[in-house]
Design a protein around this ligand. Structure first.
Ligand code: 0O2
Length: 275
């Protein structure tokens, strides 16, 4: 196939990856903007390189005319989660989407591969609008934890370095570290609630602090500088000493003060004036 033909063939896959990256990142943003824990930690995407497609086709005896049908990971999305349970939440989320049609599932989380590889794979049909019309392409979605991703990345590099023929001692160490990764995920899941609570209160604190600073900035525009400076000092003290509830209370009080200034500066509608 000519290079031009390859770039035409790969274009809809590139579009699919770009769109899905935006969509899954948006899901994460929505959780964050609500101050909620997101089952999606991060999203990555790639279109397989032509050399890798050729290599896979050759390895599997796939005719070049059949690559779109038979190579399912030309477009790849990787969703990274913090905890093992999140993998299944994300899987269900994808299954419920009207723009992703799941055609195949591989649960290497419960049934790890011989290598020790763990990840949840979905093959989906996804439609894009190209300049030549609508086209449905296959996309492989890999869902895994941060720890699983760490292991897979290292193992992939070593497989590349040794061209798939790992020395026995390296292979043994990878098997041992795969068990350690499994244990790590289990340990983290056991204290999941505590971790999520800590992360949520961090996000809430960041939001309240930003609202307070915004209020103080607005007060400087309309209030007495010395009084606002006193409020600011009070905030620094509460920030150092206070807990989340105290900060929240302080923020509400500031809201009232700012509101008070606004009311004072509103025009009096009973004056008979048109404005
Ligand atoms: P790349 O370079 O990531 O694109 P199969 O014939 O069933 O073994 P198939 O059909 O490709 O292989 O499906 P499978 O096993 O679900 O693997 C698809 C992708 O999962 C691989 O793509 C890898 O990205 C990842 N993967 C699968 N097994 C392993 C493993 O043991 N170690 C690591 N690090 N990744 C794995 P590619 O095309 O092989 O590689």
């Amino acid at each position: 196939m000519e290079t031009r033909m390859w770039s035409e063939l790969l274009e809809p896959y590139k579009l699919a990856v770009d769109e899905l990256l935006v969509k899954f990142s948006h899901v994460k943003d929505q959780y964050n903007s609500r101050g909620e824990y997101s089952p999606i930690e991060s999203v990555l995407g790639r279109v397989k390189r032509i050399s890798s497609i050729l290599e896979k086709a050759q390895k599997k005896g796939i005719d070049l005319d059949d690559v779109e049908e038979k190579i399912e990971d030309i477009a790849g999305i990787r969703i990274i989660c913090q905890f093992t349970d999140d993998i299944y939440t994300v899987r269900d989320m994808i299954k419920n989407r009207s723009d992703c049609f799941v055609v195949e599932e591989k649960d290497y989380v419960t049934n790890a591969k011989q290598s020790g590889y763990r990840s949840y794979h979905l093959i989906i049909n996804y439609s894009v609008e190209t300049e030549y019309g609508a086209k449905t392409v296959k996309v492989e979605v890999q869902i895994r934890t941060l720890a699983m991703d760490f292991w897979a990345t290292i193992e992939h590099s070593l497989q590349y370095k040794y061209k798939g023929k790992l020395p026995v001692n390296v292979s043994q160490r990878l098997t041992n570290s795969a068990s350690a990764i499994l244990k790590l995920d289990e340990e983290m899941s056991a204290i999941r609630d505590e971790i999520v609570d800590a992360q949520n209160s961090f996000k809430i604190k960041a939001r309240i602090v930003s609202e307070i600073l915004n209020n103080i900035q607005n007060l400087y525009k309309v209030g007495n500088d010395r009084e606002v400076a006193k409020i600011q000092d009070e905030f620094y003290f509460i920030y150092e000493e206070g807990d989340l509830d105290t900060l929240e209370r302080f923020n509400r009080e500031l809201d009232h003060i700012v509101e008070g200034y606004h009311t004072q500066s509103l025009p009096n509608f009973d004056t008979g004036s048109n404005y």
